[in-house]
Ligand binder design. Structure first.
Ligand code: CAO
Length: 423
């Protein structure tokens, strides 16, 4: 028994944000039916191709545990099938450009008419307002959500982050909205609309920067490195480089091998509670009682000097040795792990955070596993579907089309090539 077993998801998502959401629902046991255009499919199937002829890693890593049906939803037969799918399913998830579903003839009013229990969940770039009709990709959301203006070095241009907080981040939030709407439907019997705008998702993740925006009214942000350097603050939260976000100063420091290894660094946090341990570790026991260093407020204007001393120590160790020596002393540190190290990490494989999946076109590849672990809902990551692989199976088993109806549907051209289906 899986947590979402029995829930049928009509998956109209593409690219990254929506597929992240429906992949999570599939991992929790929902039957996710991905609807794609015949012969074309999700654009990411053929983007950044590394194995000629095979679905790309971009697609395969975002569409595990789903079934694929191809339907031209703008044809008459396609609309007939889609209507039946809306009748049968619990949730419709989409992340088309604004208005695309209405143009297809399946806007919210029509969906409710067909199935009042249907939950219709959308990712859009922006919520209601002047930008609601805009198309949006990851980096646009990072910029419009306040992340880029607060990321990077203060004396350089705004930066986007490697983490896909706009796409994958918003997809995760949408999944939560869907589960909440399913629970509410248990009580009301009604479906509802669920909207997760990417700008809203990024703003939510950047809340500490909005906190700092308001703190600026009370004076300079003393835990930011620019305070210690005497650089004046402007009227907006500045970029904070690698400063720790909270009141516990932290920096990225060099470790042994940094001259040739671009990832030989550690994050080091001088948490106040373990300051004495830090002093002993780096050979500065006198700082434990020296009034210039003994308290967090005394250290704030001296952070450059403090971290220079700590770095002299970290440079004599590898990032893993730093971890091994600091952890028993409760000093929070983190090695800067490369993607290569993450891909090869034995424990991440054992915890199924990184999984190896076999695919008929491309062979074995690595993917991310489910990032949330439920003790009573085992997740097995299975490969992404080939384009239209389950068309006939879904038409016959789920929608009950058989015999002549099935012939009619395939010969109409609305669902693509019958040979692409397994049955
Ligand atoms: N049968 C027939 N037509 C189909 C179809 C099907 N099975 N599936 C999709 N289509 C059509 C849509 O109806 C739409 O047609 P119209 O423009 O004529 O209405 C068209 O295909 C393309 O849809 P789109 O505009 O969503 O796609 P795009 O590649 O032009 O834009 C994106 C992509 C991501 C910018 C846009 O979808 C978007 O802004 N989505 C919302 C925000 C979002 O999720 N962004 C993150 C994406 S991940 O980085």
């Amino acid at each position: 028994m899986k947590a979402l077993e029995g829930q049928k998801i009509l998956d109209f998502t593409h690219v990254q944000s929506g597929p992240t959401c429906t992949q999570l629902l599939a991992w929790f046991g929902a039957d996710v039916i991905k609807v794609e255009r015949p012969g074309v499919g999700d654009a990411t199937r053929k983007q950044l191709v590394d194995v000629p002829g095979a679905d790309s890693l971009y697609f395969t890593m975002l569409n595990h545990n789903k079934r694929s049906i191809t339907i031209n939803t703008k044809s008459e037969t396609g609309r007939e099938i889609l209507t039946r799918l809306v009748e049968e399913c619990d949730v419709l998830v989409e992340n088309f450009a604004p208005g695309a579903l209405d143009r297809m003839g399946f806007g919210w009013d029509r969906i409710q008419e067909i199935n009042p229990r249907m939950i219709m969940a959308s990712v859009k770039g922006f919520g209601p307002g002047r930008y609601e009709d805009c198309k949006v990709y990851e980096n646009v959301a990072q910029c419009a959500g306040g992340s880029a203006s607060t990321t990077g070095f203060p004396d350089n241009v705004p930066m986007v982050t490697g983490a896909q907080i706009g796409d994958s981040g918003t997809g995760l939030l949408l999944a939560l909205g869907i589960v909440a709407a399913l629970l509410q439907r248990e009580k009301t019997g009604r479906g509802q609309r669920v909207l997760a705008p990417m700008q809203d998702g990024v703003i939510n993740l950047c809340r500490v920067k909005l906190r700092d925006q308001q703190r600026l009214a009370a004076g300079p942000l003393e835990e930011y490195s620019q305070f210690a350097k005497g650089i004046p603050f402007g009227d907006a939260t500045p970029r904070a480089a690698n400063d720790s976000g909270g009141g516990q100063p932290g920096r990225i420091l060099k470790c042994k091998g940094w001259e040739s290894d671009p990832d030989a660094y550690t994050y080091f946090i001088t948490q106040a509670a373990v300051w004495k341990n830090v002093c002993d570790l780096i050979g500065k026991p006198e700082w434990k009682t020296d009034p210039d260093y003994a308290t967090p407020s005394a250290r704030l204007p001296r952070l450059d000097e403090v971290f220079d001393e700590i770095e002299k120590w970290t440079m004599t160790r590898t990032k893993f040795e730093v971890m091994d020596e600091c952890n028993p002393l409760d000093i929070p540190v983190g090695p800067i792990l490369s993607m290569k190290e993450i891909a090869e990490d034995r424990e991440l494989r054992e915890s199924k955070t990184i999984v190896e999946v076999d695919h008929p076109e491309r062979g074995k590849y690595l993917s991310v596993g489910c990032p949330v672990k439920l003790s009573d809902c085992y997740v097995e990551v299975t490969r992404s579907p080939l384009l239209g692989e389950h068309t006939e199976e879904i038409l016959s088993e789920l929608l009950g089309f058989g015999g002549q109806d099935l012939e009619r549907i395939f010969s109409s051209g609305a669902v693509g090539d019958r040979a692409a289906s397994t049955k």
